[in-house]
Design a protein around this ligand. Structure first.
Ligand SMILES: [Zn+2]
Length: 800
């Protein structure tokens, strides 16, 4: 077993296992640096990837998964006492997993299914751009008032020529007793077909006319008549508009939508451009020329592909004469290599010799290397190649470093209101997650004028939404490789930088942070394997995308709640997010903090359920290591431990119950849009639920009150003293008679997923304590920083 492990490790170091294009060589064959006897193998073919369900027989096998750098999704499932995880793997990876007793149970999603999602998205986005390119025309179908037993209502239906896309929004304006009123219309879609927009709100006086304006510029007006029909629309539910996304959106679309909202609602929105630009959706142009490991030459342009690299061509040719020396000629962007010939006129240059010649004579255009660290003793055969950056996005997708944008929403954006942060798409392939933020932004802005609760949230909170933390990776996922998880920065050495590895480069942005990191020895990320799905980067906080989040948290110190939005599996989690190899976690939140995490979760999960009944299971709610796996260096841990921000993680996309098969089914990263849309709606509910928690927390001026149970008294033997609290609150206590302060012991949980601990008192002891709620209110307004004495105190007397 040990030998096998060493062998696997060696392959890992040589970059032969993980990611695309890996080859699993037989043991003993992998000797990357030995020139003699190096086998000359065909270059590995690019492999397809799929999401499969793996059955993990034990913890050792689970650790193996991490060690091999297998790209796990966020979904782990206990089933009949065995652990199942979903993983993104190639056929060769499956073969190597089998060596460790890990079995593939089920193929969940294949590459062709992902490609169908891409096609679906492109069609929808094309439709949107044609519909929204010019001003729309609006027809008012009905504008009525009616009075029923409960109130007088205004009801309007209008149809826009651009109604087939959810980014088209209609606003109604009217006057009631001299006061200007407005409301956003609901978009009504039935079985995928746009019918019309409508709204229905109570009015205090019947207006004479209503004007409808579109965000594309169209307008229409109508007089208001009394509704005389028999079946009056008697719906007295409050008017609240939703449903503003209708396809998966690229970073360009997301940021453009954000900018449009800022233009339309200048009093409520601003766009924050974060300071650290990304690498950009760009690569150097490359080609691996040759067919075998010993004779192939990897050529990489010095310029980015779009800046000239893609124009470079390389030709290896037989000059047609015998005893000719190796030489390199560069003409414009064409590199011509005359291979050396022997007395018979046969080519004799080795890969190593050609690499050296290119690096000497064509170094202004390219850098060359042998294949994956091979000695390069094989004779190069005539061939030619055009270099390519292999990026397939249309030219209008920017190749430049990107500025990551955040949408800031609030009536008072001066730092005086409590801040709430929602951020999405750290992992590029999680296409639903940005929609959650856009839907949330639209709901807040388009319900503001007519919905009192929305107005309260926007007036009293400072809301930060980052639709896509990782725009470069997102572009790569949309246009090149659906399963892209990481960013686009390649930190691999030249031996792992041939284009066969191009889908495995990049840094996992949810592993690059500085708390509980892999660099500090925590589990669940790799510091050494740049091709791993959970590569932590060359150093903590090395990546611009991670730095941006740190910058935001530092810049806006009023942020005190945060949601990191991922997919899939339907999880709701918080710190600690990582443990060390002994399974010792980062410090657990205190009992009071944990109580607040749970209490807030209850509100948020209820709001999620309201949409279509999705229940986030109790087994998928709680601190990360209790319900999922260790994620060293994740961003939520950074926010909680370093910035004191209550930081949750959503995994949108709860499993769906398959009635016929009588089992739960995973939805995947890129479900058919119909399902993705439902996930966006329900988790926008959840994100707004978090805002409601923040708002009610901000209104909380009532100090907590607590009671020790039992209280002061005489006891015959050891006593367990617990604390009753009237709300989630952290208890700071002393047992030595001293005043309690913020440096005193905090009451902890008694164990994983258990209630607060009790204090075991064995000899006569005075317990002094105070409690603090999540809003910062201190019991009895006690001030631990002064000499105040109004803390709580009980004395437990124990008879000897
Ligand atoms: Zn993720």
């Amino acid at each position: 077993m040990r030998n096998k492990q060493n062998w696997m490790r060696k392959l890992l170091m040589a970059g032969a296992v993980t990611g695309l294009g890996l080859s699993v060589a037989a043991p003993g064959l992998s000797q990357p640096t030995a020139a003699i006897g190096q086998p000359n193998l065909p270059l590995p073919k690019q492999e397809t990837v799929s999401i499969v369900q793996l059955e993990i027989p034990n913890d050792k096998a689970k650790e193996k998964l991490f060690e091999l750098g297998i790209d796990l999704t966020h979904r782990i499932h206990e089933h009949d006492g065995k652990m199942e995880v979903d993983a993104v793997v190639t056929p060769s990876e499956i073969a190597s997993l089998k060596l460790h007793g890990i079995q593939v149970k089920d193929t969940l999603i294949t590459e062709s299914q992902w490609n169908a999602r891409t096609a679906e998205r492109e069609a929808a986005s094309q439709l949107q751009s044609t519909l929204t390119a010019s001003e729309d025309t609006i027809k008012i179908l009905r504008a009525s008032h009616y009075t029923n037993q409960s109130d007088t209502f205004l009801y309007v239906e209008a149809k826009t020529s651009a109604g087939d896309t959810a980014s088209t929004a209609l606003t109604a304006n009217w006057t009631e007793n001299g006061v200007d009123k407005s409301a956003t219309l609901n978009r009504f879609v039935d079985y995928g077909e746009y019918i019309y927009h409508y709204f229905e709100v109570p009015v205090t006086a019947v207006p004479s006319s209503v004007k409808i304006t579109s965000n594309l510029g169209g307008t229409a007006s109508s007089a208001i008549t009394e509704w005389l029909g028999a079946d009056k629309p008697g719906n007295t539910k409050k008017h609240y508009v939703t449903n503003f996304v209708d396809h998966y959106m690229t970073p360009a679309e997301l940021y453009e939508r954000a900018e449009r909202l800022a233009d339309e609602f200048p009093d409520l929105v601003e766009i924050i451009e974060m300071p650290n630009k990304t690498n950009g959706y760009r690569r150097v142009a490359q080609a691996t020329v040759g067919a075998t490991t010993n004779s192939a030459v990897v050529v990489s342009s010095k310029a980015w592909g779009h800046e000239g690299g893609n124009d470079i061509s390389v030709e290896f040719k037989n000059p047609g004469t015998s005893n000719s020396p190796l030489n390199v000629a560069v003409e414009g962007k064409n590199i011509s290599v005359n291979l050396a010939t022997d007395a018979d006129g046969k080519t004799s240059s080795t890969a190593r010799q050609v690499v050296d010649a290119l690096n000497s004579e064509a170094k202004s255009l390219v850098a060359a290397a042998t294949y994956r660290g091979n000695a390069g003793t094989g004779v190069v055969v005539p061939a030619n190649a055009k270099l390519s950056d292999n990026l397939n996005a249309p030219e209008n997708v920017s190749r430049e470093p990107m500025t990551v944008k955040a949408i800031r929403i609030g009536k008072h954006r001066d730092g005086s209101k409590p801040g709430v942060l929602g951020y999405a798409q750290e992992h590029a392939r999680e296409w639903v997650t940005p929609l959650v933020t856009i839907e949330t932004a639209e709901r807040l802005l388009r319900n503001y004028a007519h919905d009192g609760e929305t107005k309260q949230l926007v007036n009293n909170l400072d809301i930060f939404l980052i639709p896509s933390v990782n725009p470069d990776g997102a572009n790569y996922s949309f246009y090149d490789f659906n399963m892209q998880r990481k960013n686009m920065t390649n930190h691999c050495a030249p031996t792992q930088s041939d284009p066969g590895y191009r889908t495995s480069w990049g840094v996992d942005l949810n592993r690059n942070h500085s708390i509980g990191s892999a660099f500090d020895g925590f589990v669940g990320a790799s510091t050494t394997n740049c091709l791993s799905g959970t590569y932590a980067g060359p150093a903590e906080n090395s990546e611009p995308e991670a730095k941006n989040l740190v910058w935001l948290a530092n810049q806006f110190e009023n942020i005190n709640l945060a949601m990191n939005i991922h997919s899939y599996g339907g999880y709701f989690m918080w710190s600690p997010g990582a443990y060390d190899p002994n399974r010792t976690t980062l410090p657990r939140p205190s009992a009071g903090e944990e109580a607040f995490y749970w209490a807030a979760s209850d509100n948020i999960l209820n709001d999620i359920q309201d949409h279509r009944g999705t229940v986030i299971l109790p087994s998928r709610t709680g601190p990360i290591p209790d319900v999922l796996y260790s994620a060293a260096g994740n961003s939520a841990d950074y926010l909680w431990y370093e910035k004191g921000i209550y930081a949750w993680n959503f995994e949108v996309g709860a499993d769906l119950w398959d009635k016929e098969a009588n089992r739960w089914r995973a939805v995947g990263f890129q479900p058919a849009y119909e399902e993705g849309h439902e996930e966006a709606m329900e988790f926008a509910n959840g994100l707004i639920g978090l805002l409601k928690v923040a708002y009610s927390n901000s209104k909380d001026k009532q100090p907590p009150s607590t009671k020790a149970v039992p209280g002061s008294g005489k006891f015959n033997g050891p006593v367990h003293v617990g604390f009753d609290t009237n709300e989630a609150a952290t208890i700071y206590y002393t047992l030595d008679g001293n005043r309690p302060t913020f440096k005193s012991q905090k009451l902890q949980l008694s164990g994983t997923r258990e209630p607060a601990e009790t204090l075991k008192i064995e000899k006569t002891t005075t317990i002094n304590w105070f409690a603090v709620d999540p809003a910062g209110n201190i019991e009895k307004n006690y001030n631990p920083l002064t000499n105040a004495k109004n803390f709580n105190s009980v004395t437990i007397s124990i008879k000897d």
